[in-house]
Each structure stands twice: as structure tokens, then as C-alpha cells.
Design a protein around this ligand. Structure first.
Ligand code: CTP
Ligand code: MG
Length: 170
């Protein structure tokens, strides 16, 4: 089926973004609070540009982790996916920053939940960067993947809550 093929192809492109998005959470256990990308700056609304949750360390760890996925994919599939994985990872981190920028403008503190934006900001950023870098994305596959990402987020957070890793199930 054509859609199934498109979804598999998109997954290969998006996997680096997924890892790039998750890596800073793990990385933060090692680098601690890190250095905020906005350097503490505030917008005229008095709130932080991005907030303390977006750090230089997290950005670097995320891009490197996504690149590692791209190298593994390149070796496994015998196709050069380094450039695509970099576009995907950088796009994911920029999308995540854009999400935080929007959250701050909405008056939401760091970590406050904003459904859909929290789950999809990195994904939209990755899709946009892949597109700008010249990779063609199937619209149908992009929709299917959006649902998969939302379901993955909800279920992994629920599992993390059951395991006692998180204090709230979302
Ligand atoms: N992180 C980071 N640098 C980044 C992205 C994420 O250090 N560029 C780390 C931070 O420790 C952050 C955690 O990963 O707290 C989880 O990321 P995310 O959920 O995106 O941030 P929040 O803390 O929820 O902040 P926000 O409300 O801005 O999304
Ligand atoms: Mg968050």
C-alpha cells in the first residue's frame, strides 16, 4: 500500500527527531540545570522568551543524539541519511523552542501542560526543516504519524506515572 510505504519512509526521517526531542530529558540528569538559550531575557510581556527548560546543553545533546540515529540508519539501510537526520533533529529542537516561546506568550510557566502543542511542536519543526532541506513528505503519512506521536506520548507518560517516574499521568 502506498500510504504504508510513505509512513515507513517518514518514520525513517522522523526517528532522529523523536530521539532528539527526548534526549535532553535524559541529558539533563547529567548536565543539571544547564545554560538557558534565552540567557534569562524577557519579552515586553514581562515573561521569559523561552524559559529555563530550553538550554544550550539540551540543544547540543538533542542534535548529537539525532545524528547518532541517522548514522545507525545509514549503516542499517545502506543509504546516506546523515543530512536528513540533521535536518530532522535541528528542526525538532527549533520546533520545541517555538513551542516554549508560544507557551510563554500564553502565560504558561515552564512545564505547564498545553495539549497538542507539547506533543507536536518538535514534530512540526522536524517536518518543516525536512521540507526546507528538500526532502519530500507525504501529507497522508504526516497525518498518520501525528496520531501515532500523540498516542505514543500519552501512553509513555501513563507508563512513566505507573512506574513512579512521573508525579502526574500526563
Ligand atoms: N531540555 C533542555 N534543553 C532543550 C530542551 C529540553 O535542557 N533545548 C530539557 C529541560 O530539562 C526540560 C526537559 O528537557 O525541562 C523537558 O523538555 P520540555 O518538556 O520541552 O520542557 P519543559 O520543562 O516542559 O518546558 P516548556 O514549558 O518550555 O515546554
Ligand atoms: Mg514539557
Amino acid at each position: 500500500m502506498a500510504l504504508a510505504d510513505d509512513v515507513v519512509e517518514l518514520l525513517i526521517y522522523i526517528l532522529p527527531a523523536m530521539v532528539a526531542n527526548g534526549a535532553p530529558v535524559v541529558g539533563a540528569k547529567f548536565y543539571g540545570r544547564g545554560h538557558p538559550i534565552d540567557m534569562g531575557a524577557r519579552m515586553p510581556d514581562g515573561r521569559r522568551v523561552l524559559g529555563d527548560g530550553k538550554t544550550v546543553e539540551g540543544f547540543i545533546v538533542g542534535v548529537l543524539a539525532g545524528l547518532v540515529v541517522g548514522i545507525l540508519e545509514t549503516l542499517a539501510l545502506n543509504e546516506n541519511l546523515i543530512g536528513a537526520s540533521l535536518a530532522s533533529s535541528v528542526g525538532a529542537l527549533l520546533g520545541d523552542m517555538a513551542g516554549s516561546f508560544i507557551k510563554r506568550r500564553l502565560g504558561k510557566e515552564r512545564g505547564a501542560p498545553v495539549p497538542l502543542l507539547d506533543q507536536l511542536d518538535f514534530y512540526i519543526g522536524a517536518l518543516a526543516m525536512l521540507y526546507l532541506a528538500g526532502y519530500s513528505i507525504s501529507m497522508g503519512a504526516a497525518m498518520v504519524m501525528a496520531f501515532v506521536i500523540i498516542i505514543l506520548h500519552v501512553s509513555t507518560n501513563w507508563i512513566a506515572y505507573q512506574l513512579g517516574l512521573k508525579s502526574v499521568p500526563w
